[in-house]
Design a binder for this molecule. Structure first.
Ligand SMILES: [Zn+2]
Length: 148
């Protein structure tokens, strides 16, 4: 067998397409021909490396990043939900206590009750305004991430 024929058979062997007779002839040639044996080894190694890259390394890295991203978003979402629930409970409790103990207590002067009530309503509006600004800023940041 000539080396030119052997080279053609080598790619066939790597693809598993050789009939038994061809494979035996090629093996016989490679036992005596250093050049073709080295060619076969190199191609075999190259094929192992590329198939490893395609089927293990890349998807692993890809999926790890993907799940990390999902997890981060989920974590932040859950965090916001708990903070919101906590804030609502505290505000509701505070408001109830305030109406019950202070505004409905006729022992306090009317003007003082009016002043404190107005101040607290103002604070609530400021809080809502800040929260809305924060939420808007987060949406805007997310949009910038997509743009990049
Ligand atoms: Zn050869």
């Amino acid at each position: 067998m000539k080396c030119q024929e052997a080279i053609i058979l080598i790619s066939g062997k790597l693809d598993g397409e050789l009939i038994q007779k061809q494979e035996q002839e090629l093996d016989l040639h490679m036992q005596t021909c250093e050049v073709c044996r080295k060619e076969y080894d190199d191609l075999l190694k190259l094929r192992e490396v590329t198939s490893n890259m395609r089927f293990t390394d890349l998807p692993d890295r890809y999926w790890a990043g993907y799940w990390n991203d999902i997890y981060n978003r989920l974590e932040r979402g859950i965090g916001w939900i708990f903070v919101s629930i906590g804030a609502i409970i505290i505000l509701a409790f505070g408001a109830w206590e305030f109406f019950d103990k202070f505004l409905l207590d006729t022992n306090n002067p009317l003007l003082l009750r009016f002043g404190v009530g107005a101040g607290i309503i103002g604070l609530i509006f400021l809080l809502i305004s800040v929260l809305r600004e924060k939420l808007f800023a987060r949406k805007h940041e997310r949009y910038k991430e997509v743009e990049r």
